[in-house]
Design a binder for this molecule. Structure first.
Ligand SMILES: [Zn+2]
Length: 205
């Protein structure tokens, strides 16, 4: 890769490390679950967190570079099991430059209940829009490229819940993608409080 590419890889690794730390510190992702990635402009490739590395443990040395077929170009780690749906989204959505996938607790609670999370606040309505629930794979396992691709091929969809699993946000950069998962989590929390208050009969629905 060219010097220009080296500069871009370094800068985007730093951006990814910062977003990973932010997700960890704000409780959106504990331990080594979830994943985040960013597209390179200088080559048909992405930077992605490897499997078994926490969001707060990402470093310039352990982040991996993969091509859009999921082949490792750089990095000694084990490719994430989420790699297939990340590369699928970059292949089918030319507008997607970054992906953040987390198991944030409030939103994942809704996803485990199999419930539609309505965008009840004005912010969520404006910025999330549609918020579909991506079903589990046919064999009941975690969502892969087929399930995520089928729902998120629609360019109007930048945010989704993943049944029994978590959430996913995409954007034109990592900052925008992390805003999406933060807003999904905030919306799930607010929706839970609203439903609890409504169940007490103290408020108009
Ligand atoms: Zn996950």
């Amino acid at each position: 890769m060219t010097d220009l590419c080296e500069n871009e890889i370094y800068a985007k690794k730093i951006a990814l490390i910062e977003v990973g730390r932010r997700c960890f510190e704000t409780g959106l992702q504990n331990n080594s679950g979830g994943n985040l990635s960013v597209r390179l402009a200088c080559a048909p490739a992405i930077i992605i967190k490897p499997s078994g590395v926490g969001f707060n443990e990402c470093s310039v040395d352990n982040l991996m570079v993969s091509d859009l077929d999921g082949r490792t170009l750089r990095g000694a780690g084990k490719p994430s099991k989420d790699l297939d749906f990340h590369v699928e989204l970059y292949r089918i959505r030319s507008d997607v430059e970054a992906i953040v996938h987390v198991h944030s607790p409030w939103a994942t609670g809704w996803a485990c209940a199999g419930m539609q999370l309505d965008c009840i606040t004005v912010q969520a309505r404006q910025k999330l829009g549609l918020l579909p629930l991506i079903p589990l794979s046919e064999n009941g396992g975690p969502q892969g490229a087929t399930e995520v691709g089928a729902v998120m091929a629609n360019p109007a969809i930048n945010a989704a819940l993943m049944e029994n699993h978590g959430t996913i946000g995409v954007g034109k950069d990592l900052r925008q993608a992390v805003y999406v998962v933060e807003l999904i989590e905030e919306t799930a929390h607010i929706a839970f409080v609203k439903s609890a208050l409504n169940s007490f009969g103290c408020c108009a629905d």
